[in-house]
Design a protein around this ligand. Structure first.
Ligand code: JBH
Length: 239
């Protein structure tokens, strides 16, 4: 897979040289290109934005630099990803889907966003997906791009050493589908008066699997009630 990222802050994407994504790149499991939008600006100040038509606060990114920079990157098999607070939510199912694509281009907007004609134009030439990563306000698409690249890269074959850790993750389809993971423990068996739950030391794998599922269910109910139905054991649900 190849991912091209377009931004006015190429340095913001330096973390893609580190850790899991950095290793996947150096092993040739993924190719990532980072492009400076200002390289496609035509004036002396390398401007990439202008005032919004119709008035209002902030600035809008001009279509010309986007068009000039994207034209040579985009083919009919590209998925053009535009991180935006008004997009549909990027989730694990989206990450799974995108990990099968051969080419992503991620267009990072700043200010009040990118002139809408850019998305309309490329929608005629390839698939375009506007996605947000959560209900909070960011200053631009770069952090969302980092999130998307990491979520997608770890799903590529050969990237995560232990395939089970991908399969058994929170949100991953399968046994723990729709649940967040419960608590985990490692040595020592007692730390600051707290013992590791007995069952985990029992060696009874069926018992352990059952306990983990119970814990995951309880934690999901408590921390992410939106992911499960109403708690049938809750006092207000009795009688
Ligand atoms: C900004 O404010 C944001 N919330 C969620 N996703 C985003 C993606 C790009 C820019 C946001």
């Amino acid at each position: 897979m190849r991912i091209d990222i377009v931004t006015i802050f190429p340095d913001y994407l330096a973390p893609l040289e580190l850790s899991l994504v950095g290793k996947a790149r150096s092993e040739g499991l993924i190719e990532i290109g980072v492009h400076d939008l200002r390289d496609a600006a035509t004036d002396r100040h390398r401007s990439v934005d202008d005032e919004p038509y119709g008035g209002g606060p902030g600035m809008v990114m001009s279509p010309q630099p986007w068009g000039d920079l994207l034209d040579p990157l985009v083919t009919d098999s590209t998925l053009l990803v535009v991180p935006s607070p008004s997009g549909r939510r990027f989730d694990q199912v989206t990450a799974q889907d995108w990990s099968q694509r051969e080419h992503l281009v991620i267009a990072c907007g700043r200010y009040e966003g990118i002139d809408s004609r850019v998305m309309a134009h490329y929608a005629q030439r390839c698939e375009v997906a506007e996605v947000g990563i959560g209900d909070y306000v960011l200053a631009g698409g770069e952090v969302a791009a980092l999130v998307i690249v990491e979520a997608v890269t770890r799903l590529l074959p050969g990237v995560v050493g232990n395939a089970r850790s991908v399969i058994e993750d929170s949100f991953a389809p399968g046994e723990m589908e729709g649940l967040v993971e419960g608590p985990v423990f490692t040595r020592p068996p007692v730390w600051r008066d707290q013992a590791v739950p007995e069952v985990l030391l029992s060696g009874n794998h069926a018992e352990i699997a059952r306990w983990r599922h119970e814990q995951a269910l309880a934690r999901t109910q408590r921390m992410r009630p939106d992911l499960v139905g109403p708690d049938v054991n809750a006092p207000e649900a009795q009688e």
